[in-house]
Design a protein around this ligand. Structure first.
Ligand code: SF4
Length: 279
């Protein structure tokens, strides 16, 4: 959208994952959101396939009438959403499906059937002076007079309450749920399905404000870089200063590793099923 002198800058529309992408590697951000045509991506990841099937099964399970929400129906939904993308072979995919069904059945068996969520895959939004932040929350529960953010996790890594406390996305979801559903929200939770653990944190108004301030400053950096890039004001020789590569141990999992000399020098592409082995 063109702007003219004296016009306020339009709000920068973004999601927590987009901010995370900028924070973790601005070059990856450029290749993910700005380059046209988009650079080709590496092969699909088995852990993403597994995570998507689990999330979709949980979403559709809550769409069933109360009497249909059983351990059998969650297994059927997991099978219906299952894909083989990223797995080594059919056997590995089949075994992973069995594990996903076991996690889901154990998880839903412990849920209180009388607790109807306030939202499932609900889009919520909040604005700052500079940003219009939107995100889709896996589940929003209501406990008493407050909302609770629930984020499903399917990775094998061990999570702690600190992961819930430091998550920018969860804090933004809490603020956005408060605004969208007009009810206070301070509690945020990671529900780790493989272990059955719940990792939680109760925010205060101050800690939420700190997260929002952090989001605002990350968003401002991304907004300025994106605006200059889209306006054609970033010269070819300046691109790596505006969107610097940030090599790390995560480069092996980057979809754009083959397009990135610095990432390729620091890491080899991980095999697409490595993150689901030994789970
Ligand atoms: S390979 Fe690493 S440094 Fe390169 S774009 Fe991806 S995350 Fe960034």
């Amino acid at each position: 959208m063109p702007t003219f002198p004296g016009m306020p800058e339009p709000l920068f529309s973004c999601s927590p994952s987009r901010l995370d992408n900028w924070r973790s590697c601005p070059r990856k951000y450029r290749m993910t959101y700005l380059d046209s045509p988009s650079p080709s991506k590496g092969p699909p990841w088995a852990h993403n396939t597994m995570g998507a099937a689990v999330h979709n099964a949980m979403r559709d399970w809550y769409a069933l009438p109360l009497e249909g929400r059983t351990t059998d129906s969650i297994a059927s939904l997991a099978r219906a959403h299952w894909r083989a993308d990223g797995f080594r072979d059919e056997q590995q995919s089949f075994e992973a499906l069995g594990r996903a069904i076991a996690w889901l059945q154990s998880y839903v068996a412990d849920l209180n059937p009388d607790e109807e969520p306030r939202g499932v895959e609900r889009t919520v939004s909040v604005t700052t002076e500079r940003l219009s932040l939107q995100g889709r929350v896996d589940r929003i529960d209501q406990r008493g007079d407050e909302l609770v953010i629930v984020d499903y996790k399917t990775g094998r890594s061990h999570l702690t309450d600190d992961d819930a406390a430091t998550s920018l996305a969860l804090a933004i979801y809490a603020l956005a749920a408060t605004r969208t559903l007009r009810m206070p929200c301070f509690q945020v939770e990671l529900h780790h399905l493989p272990s059955g653990e719940t990792l939680g944190h109760r925010h205060t108004s101050e800690s939420l404000a700190r997260h929002l301030g952090r989001a605002d400053s990350i968003g401002q950096e991304a907004q300025v870089a994106q605006r200059e890039f889209k306006a054609g004001r970033v010269k070819t020789e300046e691109i790596d200063q505006v969107f610097p590569p940030t090599p790390s141990k995560l480069c092996g999992y980057c979809d754009f590793l083959e397009h990135c000399p610095e990432g390729s020098a620091s890491s080899q592409r991980a095999v697409s099923w490595v993150a689901i082995e030994d789970r």
